[in-house]
Design a protein around this ligand. Structure first.
Ligand code: NDP
Length: 446
C-alpha cells in the first residue's frame, strides 16, 4: 500500500512540476526512504503530510535588471523558494550560476528542509538564487547586480521570516553587497543574512563550517569501519568554499588531498595539494585551477572535470555540484577500492551511483547529513546575532563538531529503527522527515 501511495505522490509531483528533473530526483529519494515511516504511521498519509511537504509554501520569481560596465542593460531572473517553515524560519543559501532555473532551486530547497531538521537547530527550509554568472564580472558589476537582486528580495525576507546565505557563486563579497542594500532599504541592522563579515555580525567558523563539518562526519564513518584519517589519500572535487575548507581539515588530521577541480578540469598532485596556492588562485585572484601546475612541478592538469573520479583514493568528497558522480564514476571508485564517499556538495551523486557504491559496501554519507555543518553554523550565527554576542572560534567549532556527531547519531539510529541498519541515506531522510512531519501534524492543516 505504501509503495502505491509513494508512486501516486511521485506521479503528482512529476505532473505538477514538469521538466524539473533535479527536483523530481530529490523528491523520489526522500519519498522512497519514508515509505517505511508511512507504513508505521498511517496518520501521515491521512493528513497528506508528504503531499504537503513536496509543495513549497511560497515561491517567488522576479526580474533583476542591472547595467554592466559598458552601459548595457542586462536582465537576469531571481528566485526564492520558501519551502517549509514547520520548525523555524526559512533558511537556505542563494546560488548565482548560469544553470540556475526553478527546478534547481526547488531541489535545493526541498533537500534543505530535511538537512535543517537534522541540524538540531530550529530552522525551516528555503533556497534562492539567480541565473547570473559572477565569473568574469567586475566588482562593480557584481555589486550592481546584488543591489538589484535585493531591491526585490528584501520584502520577502527577515530575521524571523527567511534568512538566506551563500552557495555556489555567493560568498562573502556578494553577501556584503546584499546586506548593505537590505540595510539601506529597511533602515534596520539585523541578522537577515548569514555568512556576514566578522566585523558586521558574522560568526567565526562560518566560512570553514561546511568543509570542516563534512570531515567531522566522515571521521565517524571511518570509526565505524575501524579506521582513521591517518595516511589516507583523498580526492575532493571543486575548489570553492566547501572543497577548500574540507581539504584544510583533512590535512590537519593527517591525510592527504591529492586531487581538486573546477568546472574546466582537475589537478593531481601526489605530493599533496598545496592549499595556500589553491586559496590564492581561487579566493584572491579568482583564477582557474589549471594555474596550480605553473607553480608545482609534481602536479598535472587534466582538462574536463569528470575524470577526477578515476584518480585512485581511499576517500572521495564530491564538493562541486549536483550529479557529478554518475554510475561510471562510481564504478571507477569501487574498482580503485575507495572506502568512503561523503557528499560535500548537494546531490552530487546520481541514484545509480549511490546504488553502485552501497552494493559494493563503500560507506556513503549523503549531503543532507554530511554537508549540514554550513547551515548549522549559520543557525549559530543567527543565535549570536539575536543575543548581540560573538563566540570564539573554539566555541563555535566545538558546537559544530557536536552537531555533526548528533546528526550522525540520528541517521544511524533512524536507519536501525526502521530496519535499514547502516544505510545513512535512508537514515537521514527518515530522521529529517519525522521531525518535520510531527511538527506539521501538531500545527494543523496550514
Ligand atoms: P563555490 O562557488 O565556492 O565553489 C563551487 C566549486 O564547484 C567551484 O570550484 C566550481 O568551479 C565548481 N563547480 C560549480 N559548478 C560546476 C559544474 N557544473 N561542474 C564542475 N564544477 C563545478 O560553491 P560552494 O563551495 O559554496 O558550493 C559547492 C557545493 O556545496 C554546492 O553543491 C553547494 O550547494 C554545496 N553546499 C555549500 C554550502 C556552503 O556553505 N557554501 C553548504 C552546503 C552545501 P568553477 O569555479 O569553475 O565554477
Amino acid at each position: 500500500m505504501a509503495s502505491q501511495y509513494v508512486d501516486m505522490v511521485m506521479g503528482q509531483v512529476v505532473a505538477r512540476n514538469p521538466g524539473e528533473t533535479e527536483f523530481h530526483q530529490a523528491v523520489r529519494e526522500v519519498a522512497e526512504s519514508v515509505q517505511v515511516v508511512i507504513d508505521k504511521n498511517p496518520e501521515f498519509a491521512t493528513m497528506k503530510v508528504l503531499e504537503r511537504i513536496v509543495e513549497p509554501e511560497r515561491q517567488i520569481m522576479f526580474r533583476i535588471p542591472w547595467v554592466d560596465d559598458h552601459g548595457q542593460v542586462q536582465i537576469n531572473r531571481g528566485f526564492r523558494v520558501e519551502f517549509n517553515s514547520a520548525i523555524g524560519p526559512y533558511k537556505g543559501g542563494l546560488r548565482f550560476h548560469p544553470s540556475v532555473y526553478l527546478g534547481i532551486i526547488k531541489f535545493l530547497g526541498f533537500e534543505q528542509i530535511f538537512k535543517n531538521a537534522l541540524t538540531t537547530t530550529p530552522i525551516g527550509g528555503g533556497k534562492g538564487g539567480s541565473d547570473f554568472d559572477p565569473k568574469g564580472k567586475s566588482n562593480n558589476e557584481v555589486m550592481r547586480f546584488c543591489q538589484s537582486f535585493m531591491n526585490e528580495l528584501f520584502r520577502h525576507i527577515g530575521e524571523d521570516t527567511d534568512v538566506p546565505a551563500g552557495d555556489i557563486g555567493v560568498g562573502g563579497r556578494e553577501i556584503g553587497y546584499m546586506f548593505g542594500q537590505y540595510k539601506k532599504l529597511t533602515n534596520t541592522f539585523t541578522g537577515v543574512l548569514t555568512g556576514k563579515g566578522l566585523e558586521w555580525g558574522g560568526s567565526l567558523v562560518r566560512t570553514e563550517a561546511t568543509g570542516y563539518g563534512l570531515v567531522y562526519f566522515v571521521t565517524r564513518m571511518l570509526q565505524d569501519k575501524g579506521a582513521t584519517w591517518k595516511g589516507k589519500k583523498v580526492v575532493v572535487s571543486g575548489s570553492g568554499n566547501v572543497a577548500i575548507y574540507a581539504t584544510q581539515k583533512v590535512h590537519e588530521l593527517g591525510a592527504k588531498v591529492i586531487a581538486m577541480s573546477d568546472s574546466n578540469g582537475y589537478i593531481v598532485d601526489e605530493a599533496g595539494i598545496n592549499l595556500n596556492t589553491v586559496k590564492r588562485i581561487k579566493e584572491v585572484e579568482r583564477g582557474r585551477i589549471r594555474e596550480y601546475v605553473d607553480e608545482h612541478r609534481t602536479a598535472q592538469y587534466v582538462e574536463g572535470w569528470q575524470g577526477i573520479w578515476t584518480v585512485p583514493c581511499d576517500i572521495a568528497l564530491p564538493s562541486a555540484t549536483q550529479n557529478e558522480i554518475d554510475e561510471t564514476a562510481a564504478k571507477s571508485l569501487v574498482k580503485n577500492k575507495c572506502m568512503v564517499v561523503a557528499e560535500g556538495a548537494n546531490m552530487p551523486s546520481t541514484p545509480e551511483a549511490i546504488e553502485v557504491l552501497q552494493q559494493n559496501h563503500v560507506a556513503f554519507g549523503p549531503a543532507k547529513a554530511a554537508n549540514a555543518g554550513g547551515v548549522a553554523t549559520s543557525a549559530l550565527e543567527m543565535c549570536q546575532n539575536s543575543m548581540r554576542l560573538s563566540w570564539t572560534f573554539e566555541e563555535v567549532d566545538k558546537r559544530l563538531n557536536m552537531i555533526m556527531n548528533a546528526i550522525y547519531d540520528q541517521c544511524t539510529a533512524a536507519a536501525e529503527a526502521y530496519g535499514v541498519k547502516g544505510d545513512l541515506v535512508a537514515g537521514a531522510n527518515i530522521a529529517g522527515f519525522l521531525k518535520v512531519a510531527k511538527a506539521m501534524m501538531a500545527q494543523g492543516i496550514v
